[in-house]
Write a protein that binds this ligand. Structure first.
Ligand SMILES: [Zn+2]
Length: 294
């Protein structure tokens, strides 16, 4: 039997359930009287990662390709949850400095997330958020739950996309340690809003990931290695301290175009590989279950 997530289907999802979810989030945000924090790729940035990933998936994963609009509609859901769930925020970053210094070899000995109280100050839990979402996605694919599959694929796109932003991997997340205050929004939102449309994701083959936690650790360490260049470009691009005008963004793009493209290319590869891994593991589970049935 072919599992449903392999079928080519349009957006035939349960609209009522989605509407209920949306209204529940709006109601909670209204009650909480808060908006989600601003730190995240813009929707444009996350969509570049997800679109670039699905176009490189193998042919038997067309279900996700067909529903990329739905995935991108929900790609910011994890950021929206920050407004209603205090535990959500640390799931979007990892302060690598918490685990030592570059190349962060000590990180690979960490199997469980650091103690809960440390999330409030630093450390973060992005790798574990990615692995947990991957496991839930695999279960949804195994259980033939199309709606849950797509919502979790959107969550995974978001978390994988956050990992592509070097400023999500450091305690200096807004340049506050190095005198580059406000760099987070300038880099991941405004710069991408202005120049993101010129980023094209190249072709690649998604890989099966044996050890997702290790895979994500390596991804975040690579992302972190791009940090210093961003900080330096921010300094060079100001003609006057504190003035972030067209001149600044033109110079920033001139300095960082290649780096930004590398961030997106790697983010798309990581997301596609995690999707492919979930799909492969779900197929294995389905065939085991069918063997047991017969
Ligand atoms: Zn985020």
């Amino acid at each position: 039997m072919m599992s449903r997530h392999k079928k080519e289907k349009g957006d035939v999802l349960n609209i009522t359930t989605l509407l209920k979810r949306f209204l529940a989030v709006c109601a909670l945000m209204f009650i909480a009287g808060s908006l989600p924090p601003l730190f995240a790729w813009s929707r444009d940035g996350h969509s570049i990662v997800s679109k670039g990933a699905v176009k490189n998936l193998p042919p038997d994963m067309k279900f996700l390709v067909k529903n990329i609009r739905f995935i991108n509609k929900h790609v910011m859901d994890p950021d929206m949850r920050k407004g209603v769930d205090r535990g959500e925020s640390p799931r979007h970053w990892l302060d690598l400095e918490y685990f030592g210094s570059y190349p962060f070899k000590g990180l690979f000995k960490v199997k469980k997330p650091p103690p809960e109280e440390d999330y409030k100050i630093r450390s973060g839990k992005l790798p574990w958020a990615i692995v947990e979402t991957l496991e839930k996605l695999t279960a949804a694919m195994t259980g033939d739950d199309d709606e849950e599959t797509l919502l979790l694929a959107a969550d995974l796109a978001h978390y994988a996309g956050d990992g592509a932003v070097p400023l999500h991997t450091t305690e200096n997340f807004d340049g506050q340690v190095t005198g580059n205050s406000g760099i987070h929004g300038r880099f991941e939102s405004e710069l991408i809003k202005r120049y993101g449309s010129s980023v094209k994701i190249g072709t690649f083959s998604a890989v099966y990931v044996e050890d997702p936690l290790k895979f994500v650790f390596e991804y975040l360490i690579e992302s972190h290695s791009r940090l210093e260049k961003i900080i330096q470009a921010d300094r060079k691009s100001c003609w006057e301290p504190g003035i972030y005008d067209d001149y600044y963004y033109d110079r920033m793009w001139g300095e960082l175009e290649g780096l930004v493209k590398d961030c997106f290319q790697k983010g798309a590869f990581v997301y596609a590989s995690l999707l492919y891994t979930a799909h492969t593991n779900a197929e294995k589970q389905i065939s085991i279950l069918e063997t047991l049935k017969n």
